[in-house]
Ligand binder design. Sequence first.
Ligand code: P1T
Length: 379
Amino acid sequence: MGFQTDSIHAGQKPDPTTGAIMTPIFQTSTYVQESIGVHKGYEYSRTQNPTRQALEANIAALENGKYGVSFASGLAAISALIQMLESGDHVICSDNVYGGTYRVFETVFKKFNVAFSFVDTSDPEKVRTALTPRTKMLFIETPTNPMLILSDLAALAEIARAHGCLSVVDNTFMSPYFQRPLELGIDLVVHSSTKYLNGHSDVVGGIILTRDDELASRLYYIQNAVGAVPGPQDCFLILRATKTLALRMREHEKNALAIARYLEGHPRVEKVYYPGLPAHPQHALAKRQMSGFGGIVSMDLGSLEKARRFAENVRIFALAESLGGVESLVDHPAIMTHASVPREERLRMGLTDGLIRLSVGVEDEEDLIRDVGQALEAM
Ligand code: P1T
């Protein structure tokens, strides 16, 4: 089936008792058994829930995977991936990941003797050099948050496979509409479904997708054993939202490209980061491994003071953490989303105090450009 057909129908069938076309919200913690151990496949909602299963099957289809395992947040999903490892294992991670991913690796999992190397995964040779006999996972974020650096997924999947380690991609920024890492040989895809998958800024959630039977069963085990599961109401909302994912992503991209082009020619903007601009150093790779460029645009305004004035003067864009919703947001990564990354690390990758990240929504293009323009003037 095509992407839009799957987004509307995959994992969902009319409710057998009523014919309800929408999967009901099974707001229940437990299920009545006919006799001891005799039940309909549902025992307890940490273990199985029909609304959650519908969501998992739906997003698995969109990523062209076989299994979905959902969690209460993106970070709970990322934590479940690390919980697959053993004490003593080593993870190679992209060096410009979401600040919360960096923080959970460095401050929580390190204590359990899992080692992390933060490596520039945009260069496959650097990944090869960082491999050790203890390396069991390669964790890639592409494009990265917020510098929009890309990594070559086919090349990295091959390196990981040859070394016998798992490859993981955080696909939050592109959504399966623009990038499907499993098709490029990656073992596991993870999302903060808080972002584009849900798209309406009213749910926090996470999900892991895979084609591999054994990896899926280990993850379902962790989902149940550790218990960071999403509630059925949140699953319902995300399931409703994926029906319009393709429509939303096309609008996000159209607006983001228009804004990136506008900023590129603006004298008050020192640098623009957007993979859809021919000036982006990895534009060719972006065209090769993605079918679009997404809705996030970052720009360097030169100083914290200028960034502050810009953020205070936008009227349609709202100053807030998060991204991927229908409404446009502006973020100051150094003080907001990436404050947990040490300053020298941030500066090394260009994440300066003048950097602003725009999550471009689906409002009217002319209104958004006018808003950005007047905020730059006010700066
Ligand atoms: O917020 P949560 O659902 O737990 O997801 C964490 C996460 C994981 N991966 C990526 C690429 C992310 O961007 C995020 C969350 N990011 C933000 C809240 C933000 O404003 O960047």
